[in-house]
Ligand binder design. Structure first.
Ligand code: F6P
Length: 545
Protein backbone atom coordinates (compact mmCIF):
# COMPACT_ATOMS: atom_id res chain seq x y z
CA UNK A 1 0.00 0.00 0.00
CA UNK A 2 1.36 3.45 -0.91
CA UNK A 3 1.83 6.16 1.69
CA UNK A 4 -1.33 7.90 2.84
CA UNK A 5 -1.57 11.18 0.93
CA UNK A 6 -3.13 14.27 2.38
CA UNK A 7 -2.54 17.93 1.78
CA UNK A 8 -1.46 18.93 5.32
CA UNK A 9 -3.12 22.33 5.01
CA UNK A 10 -6.51 20.62 4.80
CA UNK A 11 -6.16 18.97 8.22
CA UNK A 12 -7.94 20.22 11.30
CA UNK A 13 -4.61 20.48 13.09
CA UNK A 14 -3.20 22.79 10.39
CA UNK A 15 -6.16 25.15 10.66
CA UNK A 16 -5.86 25.22 14.43
CA UNK A 17 -2.10 25.74 14.18
CA UNK A 18 -2.71 28.77 11.92
CA UNK A 19 -5.03 30.20 14.56
CA UNK A 20 -2.52 29.32 17.27
CA UNK A 21 0.18 31.12 15.36
CA UNK A 22 -1.93 34.29 15.22
CA UNK A 23 -2.70 34.03 18.91
CA UNK A 24 0.84 33.40 20.10
CA UNK A 25 3.22 34.94 17.55
CA UNK A 26 3.93 37.94 19.77
CA UNK A 27 4.56 35.94 22.97
CA UNK A 28 8.08 36.16 24.26
CA UNK A 29 9.74 32.96 25.46
CA UNK A 30 11.13 34.88 28.40
CA UNK A 31 7.60 35.47 29.68
CA UNK A 32 6.66 31.86 28.99
CA UNK A 33 9.55 30.72 31.19
CA UNK A 34 8.52 33.09 33.99
CA UNK A 35 4.94 31.83 33.86
CA UNK A 36 5.72 28.14 33.73
CA UNK A 37 8.05 26.57 36.27
CA UNK A 38 8.03 23.21 34.49
CA UNK A 39 8.68 24.49 30.99
CA UNK A 40 12.35 23.49 30.82
CA UNK A 41 11.85 19.96 32.13
CA UNK A 42 8.60 19.36 30.26
CA UNK A 43 10.13 20.37 26.94
CA UNK A 44 13.20 18.21 27.37
CA UNK A 45 13.76 14.66 26.17
CA UNK A 46 16.40 12.56 27.83
CA UNK A 47 17.39 9.48 25.90
CA UNK A 48 20.50 7.40 26.56
CA UNK A 49 23.48 9.77 26.33
CA UNK A 50 21.39 12.53 24.65
CA UNK A 51 19.59 15.40 26.30
CA UNK A 52 17.42 17.43 23.94
CA UNK A 53 16.11 20.63 25.46
CA UNK A 54 13.62 22.26 23.10
CA UNK A 55 12.11 24.59 25.67
CA UNK A 56 13.74 27.65 24.07
CA UNK A 57 11.27 27.53 21.19
CA UNK A 58 8.26 29.69 20.39
CA UNK A 59 5.86 27.03 21.54
CA UNK A 60 3.55 26.23 24.40
CA UNK A 61 1.75 23.05 25.41
CA UNK A 62 -1.23 23.75 23.19
CA UNK A 63 0.99 24.28 20.12
CA UNK A 64 2.81 21.03 20.79
CA UNK A 65 -0.53 19.21 21.17
CA UNK A 66 -1.67 20.53 17.80
CA UNK A 67 1.60 19.58 16.12
CA UNK A 68 1.19 16.08 17.54
CA UNK A 69 -2.40 16.02 16.28
CA UNK A 70 -0.97 16.80 12.83
CA UNK A 71 1.12 13.62 12.97
CA UNK A 72 -2.09 11.65 13.50
CA UNK A 73 -3.95 13.32 10.66
CA UNK A 74 -1.11 12.63 8.21
CA UNK A 75 -0.85 9.05 9.47
CA UNK A 76 2.80 9.30 10.50
CA UNK A 77 2.72 6.07 12.52
CA UNK A 78 1.60 4.11 9.49
CA UNK A 79 4.27 5.79 7.32
CA UNK A 80 7.01 4.80 9.79
CA UNK A 81 5.78 1.20 9.57
CA UNK A 82 6.06 1.35 5.77
CA UNK A 83 9.54 2.94 5.92
CA UNK A 84 10.97 0.26 8.20
CA UNK A 85 8.81 -2.41 6.62
CA UNK A 86 10.56 -2.15 3.23
CA UNK A 87 7.58 -0.87 1.30
CA UNK A 88 8.40 0.99 -1.91
CA UNK A 89 7.94 4.45 -0.39
CA UNK A 90 10.39 5.88 -2.95
CA UNK A 91 7.46 5.56 -5.32
CA UNK A 92 8.79 7.50 -8.33
CA UNK A 93 11.77 5.14 -8.50
CA UNK A 94 9.79 2.10 -7.33
CA UNK A 95 12.13 1.35 -4.42
CA UNK A 96 12.13 0.77 -0.71
CA UNK A 97 14.14 3.12 1.50
CA UNK A 98 16.24 0.95 3.73
CA UNK A 99 19.31 2.68 5.07
CA UNK A 100 17.97 1.48 8.43
CA UNK A 101 18.56 -2.13 7.29
CA UNK A 102 22.27 -1.33 6.96
CA UNK A 103 22.50 -0.93 10.71
CA UNK A 104 19.89 -3.54 11.67
CA UNK A 105 20.75 -6.20 14.22
CA UNK A 106 21.89 -9.56 12.91
CA UNK A 107 18.71 -11.14 14.28
CA UNK A 108 16.44 -8.69 12.40
CA UNK A 109 14.54 -9.59 9.28
CA UNK A 110 13.93 -7.10 6.48
CA UNK A 111 12.40 -8.74 3.44
CA UNK A 112 12.85 -7.25 -0.05
CA UNK A 113 11.50 -9.33 -2.95
CA UNK A 114 11.46 -12.44 -0.79
CA UNK A 115 15.04 -12.03 0.44
CA UNK A 116 16.11 -11.10 3.96
CA UNK A 117 18.47 -8.25 3.07
CA UNK A 118 19.97 -8.23 6.57
CA UNK A 119 21.84 -11.42 5.62
CA UNK A 120 23.32 -9.67 2.58
CA UNK A 121 24.17 -6.61 4.64
CA UNK A 122 26.07 -8.74 7.16
CA UNK A 123 27.91 -10.58 4.42
CA UNK A 124 29.10 -7.24 3.00
CA UNK A 125 30.01 -6.08 6.52
CA UNK A 126 32.11 -9.21 6.92
CA UNK A 127 33.92 -8.38 3.67
CA UNK A 128 34.43 -4.76 4.69
CA UNK A 129 35.99 -5.96 7.94
CA UNK A 130 38.25 -8.44 6.18
CA UNK A 131 39.38 -5.88 3.61
CA UNK A 132 39.89 -2.94 5.98
CA UNK A 133 41.61 -5.10 8.64
CA UNK A 134 44.14 -6.30 6.09
CA UNK A 135 44.87 -2.78 4.82
CA UNK A 136 45.19 -1.34 8.33
CA UNK A 137 47.39 -4.17 9.58
CA UNK A 138 49.66 -3.79 6.57
CA UNK A 139 49.04 -7.34 5.44
CA UNK A 140 47.55 -6.04 2.20
CA UNK A 141 50.37 -4.33 0.34
CA UNK A 142 50.88 -2.13 -2.70
CA UNK A 143 52.63 -3.18 -5.91
CA UNK A 144 56.14 -2.57 -4.59
CA UNK A 145 55.55 -4.58 -1.43
CA UNK A 146 55.03 -1.59 0.86
CA UNK A 147 52.05 -1.22 3.19
CA UNK A 148 49.46 1.45 2.48
CA UNK A 149 49.79 4.83 4.15
CA UNK A 150 47.10 6.77 2.30
CA UNK A 151 43.60 6.21 1.02
CA UNK A 152 41.78 8.34 -1.54
CA UNK A 153 37.98 8.21 -1.67
CA UNK A 154 36.81 9.14 -5.17
CA UNK A 155 33.12 10.02 -5.20
CA UNK A 156 30.68 12.92 -5.06
CA UNK A 157 27.41 13.79 -3.32
CA UNK A 158 26.40 10.95 -1.05
CA UNK A 159 29.47 9.02 -2.14
CA UNK A 160 31.65 11.75 -0.63
CA UNK A 161 29.84 13.93 1.89
CA UNK A 162 28.91 11.21 4.40
CA UNK A 163 32.31 9.45 4.46
CA UNK A 164 34.13 12.81 4.47
CA UNK A 165 32.01 14.21 7.30
CA UNK A 166 32.31 11.08 9.46
CA UNK A 167 36.03 10.65 8.82
CA UNK A 168 36.56 14.21 10.00
CA UNK A 169 34.15 13.81 12.93
CA UNK A 170 35.93 10.69 14.16
CA UNK A 171 39.47 11.93 13.55
CA UNK A 172 40.24 11.43 17.25
CA UNK A 173 39.77 7.67 16.74
CA UNK A 174 41.83 7.42 13.58
CA UNK A 175 44.74 5.09 12.92
CA UNK A 176 47.87 5.67 10.83
CA UNK A 177 46.06 5.78 7.47
CA UNK A 178 45.54 9.22 6.00
CA UNK A 179 42.26 9.41 4.15
CA UNK A 180 41.76 12.01 1.40
CA UNK A 181 38.67 12.87 -0.62
CA UNK A 182 38.45 13.82 -4.28
CA UNK A 183 34.97 14.85 -5.37
CA UNK A 184 34.86 17.94 -7.57
CA UNK A 185 35.40 17.55 -11.32
CA UNK A 186 37.69 20.56 -10.94
CA UNK A 187 41.05 19.16 -12.04
CA UNK A 188 42.81 21.33 -9.49
CA UNK A 189 41.07 19.39 -6.71
CA UNK A 190 42.42 16.03 -7.82
CA UNK A 191 45.89 17.43 -8.59
CA UNK A 192 46.12 19.06 -5.17
CA UNK A 193 45.33 15.75 -3.50
CA UNK A 194 47.68 13.75 -5.71
CA UNK A 195 50.67 15.99 -5.40
CA UNK A 196 51.71 14.78 -1.96
CA UNK A 197 50.86 11.12 -2.56
CA UNK A 198 53.10 8.20 -3.32
CA UNK A 199 51.47 5.76 -5.80
CA UNK A 200 53.29 2.84 -4.17
CA UNK A 201 51.51 3.34 -0.84
CA UNK A 202 48.14 4.76 -1.85
CA UNK A 203 44.88 2.87 -2.06
CA UNK A 204 42.03 4.31 -4.13
CA UNK A 205 38.38 3.64 -3.41
CA UNK A 206 36.00 4.60 -6.20
CA UNK A 207 32.54 5.11 -4.78
CA UNK A 208 29.61 5.59 -7.11
CA UNK A 209 26.22 4.04 -6.71
CA UNK A 210 25.55 4.31 -10.45
CA UNK A 211 29.16 4.30 -11.70
CA UNK A 212 28.04 6.77 -14.36
CA UNK A 213 28.69 10.02 -12.53
CA UNK A 214 30.83 12.31 -14.70
CA UNK A 215 32.83 13.78 -11.83
CA UNK A 216 33.73 10.44 -10.30
CA UNK A 217 34.58 8.71 -13.56
CA UNK A 218 36.74 11.65 -14.70
CA UNK A 219 38.60 11.74 -11.38
CA UNK A 220 39.03 7.96 -11.34
CA UNK A 221 40.42 8.02 -14.91
CA UNK A 222 42.82 10.88 -14.15
CA UNK A 223 44.00 9.09 -11.01
CA UNK A 224 44.48 5.83 -12.88
CA UNK A 225 46.57 7.63 -15.53
CA UNK A 226 48.66 9.23 -12.77
CA UNK A 227 49.07 5.83 -11.10
CA UNK A 228 50.13 4.16 -14.36
CA UNK A 229 53.00 6.62 -14.73
CA UNK A 230 54.75 4.64 -11.97
CA UNK A 231 52.94 1.29 -12.00
CA UNK A 232 51.64 -1.20 -14.54
CA UNK A 233 48.11 -2.11 -15.61
CA UNK A 234 48.15 -5.30 -13.50
CA UNK A 235 48.94 -3.24 -10.38
CA UNK A 236 45.56 -1.50 -10.69
CA UNK A 237 43.95 -4.57 -9.16
CA UNK A 238 45.96 -4.13 -5.94
CA UNK A 239 45.48 -0.40 -5.58
CA UNK A 240 41.87 0.19 -6.54
CA UNK A 241 38.65 -0.86 -4.83
CA UNK A 242 35.14 0.13 -5.81
CA UNK A 243 31.67 0.41 -4.34
CA UNK A 244 28.67 0.42 -6.66
CA UNK A 245 25.43 -1.19 -7.76
CA UNK A 246 26.87 -1.24 -11.29
CA UNK A 247 29.30 -4.17 -11.03
CA UNK A 248 29.59 -4.64 -14.82
CA UNK A 249 31.00 -1.13 -15.31
CA UNK A 250 33.56 -1.64 -12.55
CA UNK A 251 35.13 -4.68 -14.18
CA UNK A 252 35.88 -2.54 -17.26
CA UNK A 253 38.06 -0.40 -14.98
CA UNK A 254 40.28 -3.36 -14.09
CA UNK A 255 39.37 -3.79 -10.45
CA UNK A 256 39.65 -7.23 -8.83
CA UNK A 257 36.21 -8.74 -8.08
CA UNK A 258 37.40 -9.28 -4.50
CA UNK A 259 37.81 -5.51 -4.17
CA UNK A 260 34.35 -4.70 -5.49
CA UNK A 261 31.72 -4.02 -2.86
CA UNK A 262 28.04 -4.00 -3.76
CA UNK A 263 25.40 -1.45 -2.97
CA UNK A 264 21.69 -1.85 -3.27
CA UNK A 265 19.15 0.24 -5.09
CA UNK A 266 17.14 0.54 -1.86
CA UNK A 267 19.77 2.87 -0.42
CA UNK A 268 19.76 6.50 -1.48
CA UNK A 269 23.21 7.98 -2.12
CA UNK A 270 22.74 10.57 0.63
CA UNK A 271 21.93 7.87 3.17
CA UNK A 272 24.62 5.44 2.12
CA UNK A 273 27.53 6.02 4.49
CA UNK A 274 26.38 3.00 6.52
CA UNK A 275 27.02 0.68 3.57
CA UNK A 276 30.30 -0.18 1.83
CA UNK A 277 30.24 3.52 0.81
CA UNK A 278 31.66 3.96 4.29
CA UNK A 279 34.77 1.88 3.55
CA UNK A 280 36.98 4.95 3.86
CA UNK A 281 35.49 5.51 7.33
CA UNK A 282 36.29 1.90 8.31
CA UNK A 283 39.80 2.34 6.89
CA UNK A 284 40.34 5.55 8.84
CA UNK A 285 39.03 4.43 12.23
CA UNK A 286 38.94 0.65 12.01
CA UNK A 287 35.99 -1.68 11.49
CA UNK A 288 35.05 -1.84 15.20
CA UNK A 289 34.49 1.92 15.30
CA UNK A 290 32.59 1.79 12.00
CA UNK A 291 30.38 -0.92 13.48
CA UNK A 292 29.85 1.18 16.63
CA UNK A 293 28.70 4.03 14.37
CA UNK A 294 26.12 1.66 12.88
CA UNK A 295 25.14 0.46 16.35
CA UNK A 296 24.47 4.01 17.53
CA UNK A 297 22.33 4.68 14.46
CA UNK A 298 20.38 1.49 15.14
CA UNK A 299 19.60 2.65 18.68
CA UNK A 300 18.19 5.89 17.34
CA UNK A 301 16.20 3.89 14.75
CA UNK A 302 14.64 1.91 17.59
CA UNK A 303 13.87 5.06 19.53
CA UNK A 304 12.25 6.64 16.47
CA UNK A 305 10.26 3.53 15.61
CA UNK A 306 8.98 2.76 19.09
CA UNK A 307 8.86 5.90 21.21
CA UNK A 308 5.66 7.90 21.67
CA UNK A 309 5.76 10.93 19.44
CA UNK A 310 5.71 13.45 22.31
CA UNK A 311 8.96 11.95 23.57
CA UNK A 312 10.45 11.08 20.21
CA UNK A 313 13.49 13.22 19.32
CA UNK A 314 13.30 13.12 15.49
CA UNK A 315 9.53 13.65 15.55
CA UNK A 316 9.64 16.58 17.96
CA UNK A 317 12.50 18.30 16.11
CA UNK A 318 10.71 17.79 12.79
CA UNK A 319 7.48 19.27 14.19
CA UNK A 320 9.36 22.32 15.40
CA UNK A 321 10.84 22.82 11.92
CA UNK A 322 7.36 22.52 10.40
CA UNK A 323 6.06 25.09 12.90
CA UNK A 324 8.65 27.68 11.88
CA UNK A 325 8.78 26.83 8.19
CA UNK A 326 5.05 26.71 7.54
CA UNK A 327 3.55 29.04 10.13
CA UNK A 328 6.28 31.62 10.78
CA UNK A 329 7.37 31.53 7.11
CA UNK A 330 10.96 30.89 8.11
CA UNK A 331 13.22 29.99 5.17
CA UNK A 332 16.37 28.66 6.80
CA UNK A 333 17.62 26.85 9.86
CA UNK A 334 21.09 26.79 11.28
CA UNK A 335 22.94 23.83 12.76
CA UNK A 336 25.79 24.89 15.02
CA UNK A 337 27.97 22.11 16.42
CA UNK A 338 30.19 23.11 19.32
CA UNK A 339 33.01 20.85 18.26
CA UNK A 340 35.50 21.39 15.48
CA UNK A 341 35.19 17.70 14.62
CA UNK A 342 31.73 18.36 13.17
CA UNK A 343 32.96 21.06 10.80
CA UNK A 344 31.51 19.17 7.81
CA UNK A 345 28.20 18.35 9.47
CA UNK A 346 26.14 21.15 7.91
CA UNK A 347 27.52 20.44 4.43
CA UNK A 348 26.54 16.81 4.93
CA UNK A 349 23.06 17.76 6.15
CA UNK A 350 22.58 20.09 3.20
CA UNK A 351 22.48 17.15 0.82
CA UNK A 352 20.37 15.02 3.16
CA UNK A 353 17.82 17.73 3.85
CA UNK A 354 17.76 19.77 0.67
CA UNK A 355 18.08 16.96 -1.88
CA UNK A 356 15.36 15.05 -0.03
CA UNK A 357 12.81 17.71 0.75
CA UNK A 358 13.50 20.31 -1.94
CA UNK A 359 10.31 19.36 -3.79
CA UNK A 360 7.32 21.36 -4.98
CA UNK A 361 5.00 18.60 -6.15
CA UNK A 362 3.00 16.44 -3.75
CA UNK A 363 2.66 12.66 -3.75
CA UNK A 364 -0.34 12.94 -6.07
CA UNK A 365 1.69 14.95 -8.57
CA UNK A 366 0.05 18.29 -7.76
CA UNK A 367 1.94 21.51 -7.18
CA UNK A 368 1.92 22.23 -3.47
CA UNK A 369 0.59 25.50 -2.08
CA UNK A 370 2.77 25.57 1.03
CA UNK A 371 6.48 25.64 1.80
CA UNK A 372 8.50 22.42 1.78
CA UNK A 373 12.19 21.81 2.62
CA UNK A 374 14.08 24.51 4.39
CA UNK A 375 17.61 25.70 3.74
CA UNK A 376 20.12 24.38 6.23
CA UNK A 377 23.47 25.91 6.97
CA UNK A 378 25.95 26.39 9.76
CA UNK A 379 29.51 26.31 11.01
CA UNK A 380 31.02 25.18 14.27
CA UNK A 381 30.78 27.43 17.30
CA UNK A 382 32.58 29.42 18.55
CA UNK A 383 33.86 30.41 15.07
CA UNK A 384 30.28 30.99 13.95
CA UNK A 385 29.79 33.50 16.77
CA UNK A 386 32.50 35.66 15.26
CA UNK A 387 31.04 35.34 11.78
CA UNK A 388 27.27 35.36 11.33
CA UNK A 389 25.77 35.41 14.82
CA UNK A 390 25.30 39.19 14.64
CA UNK A 391 22.53 38.62 12.10
CA UNK A 392 20.94 35.95 14.28
CA UNK A 393 20.95 38.27 17.29
CA UNK A 394 19.96 41.57 15.74
CA UNK A 395 19.03 40.99 12.10
CA UNK A 396 15.50 41.09 10.69
CA UNK A 397 15.27 37.36 10.02
CA UNK A 398 14.09 34.65 12.35
CA UNK A 399 16.59 31.77 12.25
CA UNK A 400 15.82 28.72 14.38
CA UNK A 401 19.06 26.99 15.29
CA UNK A 402 20.06 23.60 16.62
CA UNK A 403 23.05 23.75 18.93
CA UNK A 404 24.94 20.47 19.27
CA UNK A 405 27.34 20.17 22.19
CA UNK A 406 29.13 17.53 24.24
CA UNK A 407 29.52 17.20 28.01
CA UNK A 408 33.05 15.87 27.68
CA UNK A 409 35.84 16.84 25.32
CA UNK A 410 37.96 14.13 23.75
CA UNK A 411 41.43 15.23 24.79
CA UNK A 412 40.11 16.28 28.20
CA UNK A 413 41.29 19.88 28.19
CA UNK A 414 38.87 21.14 30.84
CA UNK A 415 39.89 24.75 30.59
CA UNK A 416 39.10 24.92 26.87
CA UNK A 417 36.02 22.76 27.12
CA UNK A 418 34.50 24.88 29.87
CA UNK A 419 35.07 28.00 27.80
CA UNK A 420 33.60 26.33 24.70
CA UNK A 421 30.51 25.17 26.57
CA UNK A 422 30.11 28.47 28.40
CA UNK A 423 29.73 30.01 24.94
CA UNK A 424 27.32 27.25 23.90
CA UNK A 425 24.98 27.90 26.83
CA UNK A 426 25.44 31.67 26.81
CA UNK A 427 24.56 32.01 23.14
CA UNK A 428 21.29 30.12 23.41
CA UNK A 429 20.40 32.14 26.49
CA UNK A 430 21.28 35.41 24.78
CA UNK A 431 19.36 34.46 21.65
CA UNK A 432 16.29 33.79 23.76
CA UNK A 433 16.47 36.59 26.35
CA UNK A 434 17.94 39.33 24.24
CA UNK A 435 18.60 42.57 26.06
CA UNK A 436 15.68 44.82 26.92
CA UNK A 437 15.72 48.61 26.66
CA UNK A 438 15.74 49.05 30.42
CA UNK A 439 18.67 46.69 30.83
CA UNK A 440 20.67 48.60 28.23
CA UNK A 441 19.73 51.92 29.84
CA UNK A 442 20.85 50.72 33.30
CA UNK A 443 24.15 49.58 31.86
CA UNK A 444 24.78 52.89 30.10
CA UNK A 445 23.83 54.84 33.21
CA UNK A 446 26.24 52.77 35.27
CA UNK A 447 28.94 53.82 32.83
CA UNK A 448 28.03 57.48 33.54
CA UNK A 449 26.82 58.30 30.04
CA UNK A 450 24.77 61.46 29.64
CA UNK A 451 21.08 61.25 28.66
CA UNK A 452 21.95 62.51 25.16
CA UNK A 453 24.60 59.82 24.79
CA UNK A 454 22.22 57.17 26.14
CA UNK A 455 19.50 58.16 23.67
CA UNK A 456 21.90 58.02 20.75
CA UNK A 457 23.21 54.55 21.62
CA UNK A 458 20.16 52.86 23.09
CA UNK A 459 18.41 51.53 19.93
CA UNK A 460 21.59 49.87 18.67
CA UNK A 461 22.29 48.03 21.88
CA UNK A 462 18.84 46.50 22.35
CA UNK A 463 18.40 42.82 21.42
CA UNK A 464 14.81 41.71 20.98
CA UNK A 465 15.69 38.09 21.71
CA UNK A 466 12.96 35.43 21.31
CA UNK A 467 15.20 33.54 18.86
CA UNK A 468 14.51 29.81 19.01
CA UNK A 469 17.15 27.17 19.66
CA UNK A 470 17.17 23.42 20.18
CA UNK A 471 19.90 22.17 22.44
CA UNK A 472 21.25 18.72 21.69
CA UNK A 473 23.65 17.92 24.50
CA UNK A 474 25.44 14.59 24.14
CA UNK A 475 27.75 12.95 26.63
CA UNK A 476 30.74 12.55 24.33
CA UNK A 477 31.54 12.44 20.62
CA UNK A 478 31.98 8.71 20.02
CA UNK A 479 31.31 6.57 16.94
CA UNK A 480 28.09 5.43 18.61
CA UNK A 481 26.78 8.89 19.55
CA UNK A 482 27.69 10.21 16.10
CA UNK A 483 25.74 7.36 14.50
CA UNK A 484 22.71 8.23 16.63
CA UNK A 485 23.02 11.93 15.78
CA UNK A 486 23.11 11.31 12.03
CA UNK A 487 20.23 8.88 12.27
CA UNK A 488 18.24 11.49 14.21
CA UNK A 489 18.53 13.94 11.32
CA UNK A 490 17.71 11.23 8.75
CA UNK A 491 14.44 10.49 10.54
CA UNK A 492 13.68 14.18 10.96
CA UNK A 493 13.90 14.45 7.15
CA UNK A 494 11.48 11.54 6.83
CA UNK A 495 8.90 13.02 9.20
CA UNK A 496 8.98 16.39 7.45
CA UNK A 497 8.55 14.75 4.04
CA UNK A 498 5.57 12.77 5.29
CA UNK A 499 3.90 15.89 6.68
CA UNK A 500 4.61 17.88 3.51
CA UNK A 501 3.14 15.01 1.48
CA UNK A 502 6.16 14.91 -0.84
CA UNK A 503 8.51 12.17 -2.01
CA UNK A 504 11.74 12.62 -0.05
CA UNK A 505 13.80 9.86 -1.66
CA UNK A 506 14.12 10.78 -5.31
CA UNK A 507 16.21 13.66 -6.71
CA UNK A 508 15.01 14.36 -10.25
CA UNK A 509 15.96 18.01 -9.80
CA UNK A 510 19.67 17.31 -10.17
CA UNK A 511 19.24 15.61 -13.55
CA UNK A 512 18.57 18.64 -15.77
CA UNK A 513 21.88 20.35 -15.02
CA UNK A 514 23.76 17.08 -15.60
CA UNK A 515 22.16 16.62 -19.06
CA UNK A 516 22.77 20.22 -20.09
CA UNK A 517 26.40 19.99 -19.01
CA UNK A 518 26.88 17.05 -21.40
CA UNK A 519 25.66 19.14 -24.33
CA UNK A 520 27.62 22.17 -23.19
CA UNK A 521 30.81 20.11 -23.02
CA UNK A 522 30.29 19.23 -26.71
CA UNK A 523 29.91 22.96 -27.42
CA UNK A 524 33.14 23.70 -25.59
CA UNK A 525 35.12 20.92 -27.20
CA UNK A 526 33.61 21.08 -30.69
CA UNK A 527 33.85 23.73 -33.36
CA UNK A 528 30.15 24.70 -33.26
CA UNK A 529 28.06 26.11 -30.42
CA UNK A 530 24.52 24.72 -30.50
CA UNK A 531 21.40 26.74 -29.81
CA UNK A 532 21.46 28.42 -26.38
CA UNK A 533 20.00 31.56 -24.94
CA UNK A 534 21.93 34.71 -25.91
CA UNK A 535 23.64 34.99 -22.55
CA UNK A 536 24.95 31.41 -22.54
CA UNK A 537 26.12 31.66 -26.16
CA UNK A 538 27.98 34.88 -25.40
CA UNK A 539 29.63 33.29 -22.37
CA UNK A 540 30.65 30.17 -24.28
CA UNK A 541 32.14 32.26 -27.07
CA UNK A 542 34.09 34.32 -24.54
CA UNK A 543 35.30 31.16 -22.75
CA UNK A 544 36.47 29.51 -25.98
CA UNK A 545 38.20 32.61 -27.30
O1 F6P B 1 23.64 14.69 -7.00
C1 F6P B 1 22.83 13.65 -7.44
C2 F6P B 1 23.33 12.32 -7.01
O2 F6P B 1 22.59 11.36 -7.65
C3 F6P B 1 23.28 12.12 -5.49
O3 F6P B 1 22.04 11.75 -5.04
C4 F6P B 1 24.34 11.09 -5.30
O4 F6P B 1 24.72 11.02 -3.97
C5 F6P B 1 25.41 11.65 -6.21
O5 F6P B 1 24.71 12.13 -7.32
C6 F6P B 1 26.48 10.67 -6.62
O6 F6P B 1 25.95 9.60 -7.34
P1 F6P B 1 26.75 8.25 -7.55
O7 F6P B 1 27.04 7.66 -6.21
O8 F6P B 1 25.86 7.39 -8.38
O9 F6P B 1 28.03 8.57 -8.27
Amino acid sequence: MPLYNINPTTTQAWKKLSERYNQTKDSHMKAQFSNDANRASDFTIQWKDFLVDYSKNRIDRKTMQLLLQLTKEVNLKDAIGKYFGAEAINQTEGRAVLHTALRAKYSDTVMVNGVNVVDEVYEVKRRIKEFTDSVISGECKGYSGKSFTDVVNIGIGGSDLGPAMVTEALKYYKNHLNVHFVSNVDGDHVQEVLRDLNPETTLFVIVSKTFTTQETLSNATTIKEWFLKSATEKDVARHFAAVSTNVAKISEFGILPANVFPMWDWIGGRFSLWSAVGISIALAVGFENFDALLGGANKMDEHFKNEDFDNNIPVVLALLSIWYNNFYGVETEAVIPYTQYLSRFSAYLQQGIMESNGKSVDRDGNRINYQSGSIVWGEPGTNAQHAFFQLMHQGTKLIPASFIGFKKSLFGNTDHHNKLMANFFAQTEALMNGKATQEVRNELEENNLSEVEIQSLLPFKVFEGNNPTNIILIDKLTPSSLGALISLFEHKIFVEGIIWNIFSYDQWGVELGKKLAEQTLKDIEGSEIEQHDASTTQLLEYFKD
